[in-house]
Every structure is written in C-alpha cells, then in structure tokens.
Ligand binder design. Sequence first.
Ligand code: GDP
Ligand code: ZN
Length: 295
Amino acid sequence: MIVAQVFGATAMLWDGESRVEATLAKRLKMGADRRTTILAVGDEVDVERDARGALSIVAISPRRTYLSRAAGHQGEVQIIAANAEQAVIVSSVAEPPFRPGLVDRWALLAVRGGITPYLCVNKVDLLSPEEVEREIAAAAAPLPHVLVSARTGAGVKELHDLLRGSITVLVGHSGVGKSSLLHEIIPEEEIATGEVSAKNLKGRHTTTSSRLYHLPEGGIVIDTPGVRSVSLGPTTAQEVAAIFPEIHGAPPCRFRECTHRMEPGCSVLAGVEAGDIPRQVYGRYRKLLLEAEVV
Ligand code: GDP
Ligand code: ZN
C-alpha cells in the first residue's frame, strides 16, 4: 500500500482501488530518527490488522527516491514526497513573475533525491510566444519543459502525456496555478475523495500536506504545498554543478574539489573565458552556490 496523506501518526493509504486509514505502529515511532520525516507521502508500507480490526503500519520500505527540504533550524529534513520518478516544477511566466533561481533550487533538490526534474511553465496566455521564450530562456535549458495554460488549455495534453504512467511530484510556489492545473488533470471524484478523508481526520496534527492522487489511465501525482522559498540545507559545490550540464561536463579542474570560483587551473573559469560556457549559465551557478550555504 502507498501512503496518500499523512496526519501525524495516522495516514490515509491507497491500496490501488480505495483509501483506508492506518496508524503507525508504536515501535516505528520510537525507533525512527526524529530529525527526518518518519512517514512520507509516496512511501510503500506493510500493514497488519489488530484484534479490533484497525490497520497498523508495521513496516516502511526503503525509499527509492526522495524529495526533501530543510525545515526548521535544527537541521530537520522534511520529506515532501517519497518514491517519485520525476518532479514537475510548476512556474508561471507572469503574475507572479518567473523565478529562475527557484527553479534551479527545486532542480537541485530533485537531483539530490534521485528524481528527474522537468519544468512546467504555466500562464503562457499572458504573453506572446516570443516573450515566453525570452522569459524562460535562461532557466529552461537544461531542463526539458512544457509550456501550458490552465486558462486556455494549451499544452495541458502534453503535460498529461508527461505524467501518464509515472510517479510524479508537483512542486511550485503559490499563485503559479498548480491547483488549476491539477483540476485539469485529476478527475473531480478523485480530488473529492481526499477532501472527505481529510474532514474525518480534522483536528489531527498535519506534519505534511502533500497529497497523492492516482490518474485513471495509470500513474501517480503527488501534489505538495506551495512554499514561498526552499532551503537547500548543507550542499556541496559538486551538487550545484551537477544541475548545469555545461559545468558538470567541463574537463577536470586542477583541484578535485574545485568550486569553480577563483581556483587556479579551473577549467570552468577557462571555459567561461573562452565562451564555451555561457556567462548566463555560470551566473546561475554562482548565484545558487551563494544561496546554498556550501559545505
Ligand atoms: P496555486 O496557488 O499555484 O494553486 O494557483 P491557483 O491554481 O490557485 O491559481 C492562482 C491564480 O492564477 C488564480 O486566480 C487562477 O485563476 C490564475 N491562473 C491559473 N492558471 C492560469 C493560466 O493559465 N492563465 C492565467 N491567466 N491565469 C491562471
Ligand atoms: Zn574548477
């Protein structure tokens, strides 16, 4: 069974056909590392029925992938979604303005957890195609991207094709139109089911408000709460470089742990000088490096 929603130690599970409520077994609560999320949406779990007929989660399978973010000040890590194969970073081209830095941060978090990032740019109805291209040029490469409008329906089929048959986590800050897109993709009944169960569990502490939906034609979509900013937590320069193929693919530098900032014999700096690495790409690398409290 797959975790569809988490309310403290209680979860809604999806068994492939319907949703059932289950409670995390006490020994799992005790044994877990308190700084990381014990149970995350997307986790695969084993359950047992107790004498009174209630379901209890007795085992959590090791996560194949994870999407996490730093939460709080004590180094806590919040798992936003488990076992997703791809992350669709939803952004808008205007209203609110496109934020390339945020896209880069989500891409880094996805790659860190073993997830393939994609970019989805919504609200393309607000600008001309040329303006859209200009806005996203700096951030789109190297991410594969889809251009959509929840308002006109443009590109929604393409987005649907991307989600079909895969396990996808949707991320994005509020206002970009993520819920509008979700309503285009997930049938009304499926969205309503979750709302009913949430009502039953009202009043219980919500540790994460990610929610799992299934697509009737196959595939899973995990919707995550819209956050204003994402913290990366401890990050290495190598992780930052990994999301820029031009930098990642540069010849080895003299120092193996080169941060490509000012080190002598740095092949990335040489590449920028020679025009092989676009200055815009290098600029994004430096900006992300600054934000990433590199360790
Ligand atoms: P969320 O916070 O990301 O879930 O965003 P919502 O789906 O609630 O949408 C935020 C606002 O943007 C609403 O007023 C929507 O009507 C509007 N909106 C959503 N998609 C589009 C779109 O494709 N084009 C335009 N022009 N507005 C949109
Ligand atoms: Zn270097």
